[in-house]
Design a protein around this ligand. Sequence first.
Ligand SMILES: *Cc1c(COP(=O)(O)O)cnc(C)c1O
Length: 227
Amino acid sequence: MNDIASRVSTLSNQIRQASLRSGRAADSVQLLAVSKTRSVSEVEQAFAAGCHRFGESYVQDALPKIAAFAGREGIEWHFIGPIQSNKTKSIAEHFDWVHSIDRLKIAQRLSEQRPPNLAPLNICIQVNITGEETKSGISSDQVLPLAQQIVMLPNIRLRGLMTVPKNADSMTQTYQTFIELRELMNTLNKQNFQLDTLSMGMTHDMDVAIQAGSTIVRVGTGIFGPR
Ligand SMILES: *Cc1c(COP(=O)(O)O)cnc(C)c1O
């Protein structure tokens, strides 16, 4: 086995174990392989090892990779980076998911530009739970009004919420951030939203994210090694 294949295998076990320890089904958490800055050949190795979902943060860097895997059965591309207006068309045409929605205008453009022959684009709203000024995402109290407008858009489908916790936080604080995101989703679902996705947890905080209810963990270095 190569390094990528053995890391994918170890990680998949770690995810199953963390799920079972939290009283959840072994297959309740999906692994998103964050392939930003990685080559086609590295993505190929991860795909061969069983990863079918890939996360990208830079549109220009992602498009050649997406083209290289065109027609590959079951592959999914998730956009997880900040979005400029002039990039929405490429994202709407080439991705299956966007985790980093924090403005209505971007959601509207994605809905308008989604090609009619494709399924609706799956969307998560990015929430800045800890209120860091430098961080993307909206504050918790802006989520409900944005969600109410997003669900009216025809060609995108609101699936859930995403967050990136504060880097400097302890694991206990990080866990608390993840719990707050879960509670926010529960609050929305009490108001008749049907959200099923919590995109939270990366290489170093995956276990506490799963404990707090994550359904997609976004792992880069844990699969591909240091960037
Ligand atoms: C890069 C990135 C990741 C992956 O981080 P690792 O520490 O390499 O696992 C996850 N989420 C987002 C939003 C990222 O930009």
